[in-house]
Design a binder for this molecule. Sequence first.
Ligand code: GLV
Ligand code: MG
Length: 317
Amino acid sequence: MAELRSRRSNLAVPGSNPRFLEKAKGLAADQVFLDLEDACAPLAKPGARKNIVAALNEGGWGDKIRTVRVNDWTTEWTFQDVIEVVGGAGADLDCIMLPKVQDAAQVQALDMLLTQLEKANGLEVGRIGIEAQIETAQGLINVNQIAFASPRIETIIFGPADFMASINMKSLVVGALHPDYAGDPFHYILMQILMAARARGVQAIDGPFLQVRDVEAFREVAKRSAVLGFDGKWVLHPGQVDAANEIYSPSQEDYDHAELILDAYDWATSEAGGKKGSAMLGDEMIDEASRKMALVIAGKGRAAGMQRTSTFTPPES
Ligand code: GLV
Ligand code: MG
């Protein structure tokens, strides 16, 4: 499991709008990504680079992970985006998000450019992470290589809107179920991304839901990827932030239970607890596999800052 810095809610902020950049600092999102790509018109991109550098240098982002989404390598903008943002604000930036990643070489190209920029600007080499967006059929068939393409990779992100266009999906509602299909049309894609992310030990992030005023519908889509194991989801509107933070955290009951399993198993395997490989916790049998499942839930809860509401008492022997 990836080292968990919470990324339950990942707020998209158009770099072309200084008012939105300022407002984003006050929202409860775990992560922000300041966008130079599709939320930024071509003519607005040069100004947006400057707004983003200024907003990052100015600070005030609290504990949020600060990411900038640059344009993809098929455009004429990528190198200039990276040079300007890392050159101007490299010390105040955690990750670069690369959209529409097609193969491992595109990640490696960004890695090399980042390394040169870090050296040229006196920054720690290798600190800036890469977030890879999978948004095309080509990207999905290469996702396993993409996940392992660079030690900088921190997340694999599903980009459902571009992906739907890439595979000619007959729907305009991003990420939602479809009345003419009995299953979840996104299940296969989500699982491929999740497997690649978990095999590499990085986070898997679900993409946007565009009907921003319909928080109930957002919750339905988010719950499906959360239950599979995804770590978080993009949010496009303040109304989606709290929902994402809740849905990608364990429930209080599951968090308490996970911590109890860890304590109980720790006790059972100890000298004092009888060096047992399996034990009972109430009516439940727990063993090493239970500990691993509990570590996942406890890890998510701890990363989200949750507090326990129960404690473990060793059984009388
Ligand atoms: C996000 O970039 C998407 O295409 O869904
Ligand atoms: Mg996209």
